[in-house]
Design a protein around this ligand. Structure first.
Ligand code: ATP
Ligand code: MG
Length: 470
């Protein structure tokens, strides 16, 4: 298969081809860029595999196009720079071996094949030649092209070995499955389940990074189901793992909270890219297992799960090394996620609505988005009714806001100025004149500005002062 037409559109390709020819070394496009090119997914980072000194080669290419700043990582044999909004990375072919206590490989220079073999998945192990003799040709030692076509994540070598060497690859498998909406090969599931404890040698930052990429996918449930089925979730996020399971008591059973949560996360992911709103959806019912109680004649209750859930966030943020500046936002959404539905009742007071407005602040719209996503009933009539309830709450919010706005409204010309201009002492009259100005603005007689209000005051003041005399 030949991709010379497709890669010709990439601005830097011809320059790299020329530089490779001049230095007499082989260079390939490799990894994610090849995968995404075949899938026709846009991307801005391009990885070039150099069979030789990648740092020197990067320097040569940079010289040709007048780039000054090349960042080099001598230990990893990589160099990169930015060119026309592309993140260009050069990596020297390498061979890796692993020490069991660390996911950091021992790296030596290697051949093209050594380098391809060390890659995580067959769909990430393809290369396209940029060399004269076979320019544009796809080099696909592990049949990645077929797996792409079959939407399958598979390791080039034995997955047990692959995951033993670098356990982060377990997370990466599920992440790619979620991002691309692919399946993972059965052998990956088996190996993941068996090797899951190995994830403990991986840094929390790496795990969290992959985890958040899963949550950013178009349909995050694909990744979470894999995490659950492989029992990896038990290690990386036990509180979510524990949401699974249904208790049966007499005729009452409650919905499996894990499956409900996944639907809520998928729902919200259809309407927002806001990662922290998605995270709030993931954790909104996190305290249900702890608060679960069976009440005779009523059934299952989860009293206070929203408050306890909010309080669990701080520890989870610390443990998972999540950005602390998002903590308050997530706590707030978890804490308030039942409130709007409680306010949908007819006879709710203005002050209850006002309390929601104040507590939710700028995040009220996000809260309603979460509440809407939280509707997972399969009965369309119920869904419609619940959605209408939220509409009604938002309508009340608008009404209360409008009332408050009007109440807070004041004449731009204030009382003390009215007193000075009219030569009045503090008295009821001052208030009457001020009110007259406000009414004129509300009725649209004059515009809401200081100048207009002052001009209006000059016009009406004598009438009012005359009244006073009588
Ligand atoms: P993305 O679009 O998310 O950047 P990518 O495929 O470019 O996807 P990277 O993490 O940037 O993923 O890695 C680039 C390439 O390096 C991969 O395509 C893969 O070939 C290889 N690679 C990255 N991480 C690993 C790993 N942990 N084990 C083996 N190979 C890896
Ligand atoms: Mg990449």
């Amino acid at each position: 298969m030949n991709f010379s037409n497709e890669i010709k559109n990439i601005p830097i390709v011809s320059i790299i081809t020329e530089a490779a020819k001049e230095s007499g070394i082989e260079v390939f496009l490799v990894g994610g860029v090849v995968r995404d090119l075949i899938l026709k997914r846009d991307r801005s980072d391009l990885d070039f595999l150099v069979i030789g000194d990648s740092l020197k080669f990067a320097e040569k290419v940079a010289n040709k196009i007048g780039i000054q700043k090349v960042t080099k990582f001598r230990n990893f044999g990589t160099a990169h720079f930015i060119y026309e909004n592309y993140d260009i990375e050069f990596v020297g072919a390498r061979k890796e071996s692993y020490n069991r206590d660390s996911r950091k490989p021992i790296v030596e220079d290697g051949t093209f094949e050594d380098d391809i073999k060390r890659r995580d998945f067959t769909i990430n192990a393809m290369a396209i030649s940029l060399n004269d003799k076979n320019f544009g040709e796809l080099i696909d030692i592990f049949n990645g092209y077929n797996d792409l076509h079959n939407k399958l994540i598979k390791t080039p070598l034995d997955p047990f070995q692959t995951f033993d060497d670098d356990p982060l690859r377990i997370m990466r498998a599920f992440r790619f499955a979620a991002q691309l909406e692919f399946q993972v090969d059965e052998t990956i599931m088996k190996a993941a389940k068996e090797m899951k404890e190995r994830l403990r040698i991986v840094s929390q930052e790496r795990i969290t990074d992959e985890f958040l990429k899963i949550l950013s996918a178009p349909k995050p449930s694909i990744g979470f189901k894999l995490l659950y089925d492989s029992e990896v979730l038990q290690i990386i996020f036990p509180e979510i793992h524990n949401l699974a399971g249904v208790d049966q008591r007499q005729d009452y059973h409650h919905k499996d909270v894990f499956l409900h949560t996944l639907i809520v996360v998928d729902n919200i992911s259809q309407v927002t890219e806001n990662l922290w709103l998605r995270f709030a959806a993931l954790v909104h019912d996190i305290a249900k297992p702890q608060t679960k109680k069976f009440v005779e004649g009523i059934g299952w209750t989860f009293h206070g799960h929203e408050e306890l859930g909010a309080r669990m966030m701080k520890n989870i943020f610390h443990r998972m090394k999540l950005p602390m500046n998002k903590l308050e936002y997530v706590e707030k959404l978890v804490r308030l996620h039942l409130r709007p539905i409680a306010l949908a009742k007819e006879e709710v007071t203005d002050s209850a609505i006002r309390r929601l407005i104040v507590q939710a602040g700028d995040d009220l719209q996000d809260l309603i988005t979460l509440c809407r996503a939280d509707i997972t009933s399969k009965n369309p009539q119920k869904v419609e009714k619940y959605l209408a309830n939220y509409e009604a709450v938002m309508q009340k919010v608008l009404e209360v806001r409008e009332k408050d706005r009007l109440r807070a409204f004041q004449s731009p010309v204030r009382g003390d100025e009215i007193m000075k201009i009219c030569n009045l002492k503090p008295s009821k009259k001052v208030g009457v004149i001020k009110k007259a100005i406000e009414e004129a603005i509300l009725d649209g007689v004059i515009e809401n500005s200081y100048e207009a209000a002052l001009e209006y005051l000059m016009k009406i003041k004598d009438d009012f002062l005359k009244e006073n005399d009588s």
